[in-house]
Design a protein around this ligand. Structure first.
Ligand SMILES: [Zn+2]
Length: 323
């Protein structure tokens, strides 16, 4: 039991993510996935700290210490094994709590016709897709009661950002998509802030495991773009939740030879296209083939499909895509 829990924790916290969250930067790469940098464990002047990001192990040629992410936490925070575990649990955040919240929201979805109608209007029409993305609905004013009933202290809910400081559900009238270690909530009402995340990182690329099996992937900005493409049969789609990729998302795109089709918004001010230019430049520097999918002016993949575009048309846009 305990061994399994420890193995799971290690799997959930890639060493490199943990190091980067503690301001470690690689200074060089030996081979794919093997990085060197200054040792955070001793006063290092030339890079002697080796990280194998695939095996999630480190070794320092300076101070001779090495191991996994738990060993690193022990040494870095100068604590014993059990405290290192609890620090890592804390850092990883709240999967059990988030899992519970997301499950509750999923139960609510079909009890609220306005939520189902909203999804329909945004092009999310198949039950299979709703199941695949585990989409839920936060009506507001009921999550707190449910979770406290299950024994979660109010303080934990507030720390997670699920409940506001004054005690209200943070997500109200929002369709909710579970992410890795976070929840994305899209407001149904035009007067509220449209996009909402819990505090903390947005995680890696959306559904990366599935997409990364394909030699070519389609990268989109938003989950509604992801949804319509997946529904149209493009299961090689992934989403960065915004045009700016975090370090982890960028690393994922570069973790093997592949072609990336960038299908960002074709907004009038050109910001989506600019971001795509900039990203494809960076990808090419890492040896990744990047192509721009040019959507009709003013469209994103979501509106393209909602307004009658189909898989065959999108496929021809991909075939016409240029680096
Ligand atoms: Zn060292």
């Amino acid at each position: 039991m305990i061994c399994q829990a420890i193995a799971r924790l290690k799997q959930q916290i890639p060493l490199l993510d943990y190091l980067q969250a503690h301001d470690w930067q690689p200074t060089g790469q030996l081979s794919r996935g093997r990085l060197m940098g200054l040792c955070p464990l001793h006063d290092d002047h030339k890079p002697s700290f080796l990280v194998d990001s695939h095996k999630s192990l480190f070794y320092c040629y300076g101070c001779g210490r090495g191991g996994d992410v738990i060993r690193f936490a022990e040494l870095y925070h100068q604590v014993k094994f059990p405290q290192a575990l609890s620090l890592l649990h804390q850092w990883r955040g709240l999967p059990p709590l988030l899992h519970e919240a997301a499950g509750f929201y999923r139960m609510q979805l079909h009890r609220h016709s306005e939520a189902v109608a909203y999804l329909y209007h945004r092009g999310i029409r198949s039950a299979e897709l709703i199941e695949h993305m585990q989409i839920g609905y936060a009506p507001g004013r009921c999550l707190r009661g449910w979770l406290t009933q299950l024994g979660y202290p109010l303080q934990a809910l507030q720390q997670a950002g699920l409940v506001t400081a004054v005690g209200y559900d943070a997500y109200t009238h929002r369709v909710v998509f579970p992410l890795q270690g976070n929840l994305y909530g899209r407001s149904l009402s035009a007067s509220a802030i449209p996009h909402r995340f819990l505090p903390g990182a947005k995680g890696g690329l959306y559904a990366w495991q599935q997409a990364s099996r394909h030699p070519a992937v389609i990268l989109v900005e938003g989950l509604f773009d992801y949804a319509v493409l997946w529904q149209a049969g493009f299961h090689n789609v992934t989403c960065s939740l915004g045009t700016h990729l975090n370090a982890r998302q960028f690393r994922q795109l570069c973790d093997g030879p592949r072609t990336v089709y960038l299908a960002f918004d074709a907004d009038a001010n050109g910001s989506g296209q600019q971001a795509a230019q900039c990203l494809s430049q960076r990808l090419r520097e890492r040896g990744i083939t990047a192509c721009h999918v040019t959507l009709p002016e003013g469209h994103d993949p979501n509106s393209f499909f909602i307004e009658g575009g189909d898989a065959r048309q999108f496929q021809s846009l991909m075939e016409a895509a240029r680096p």
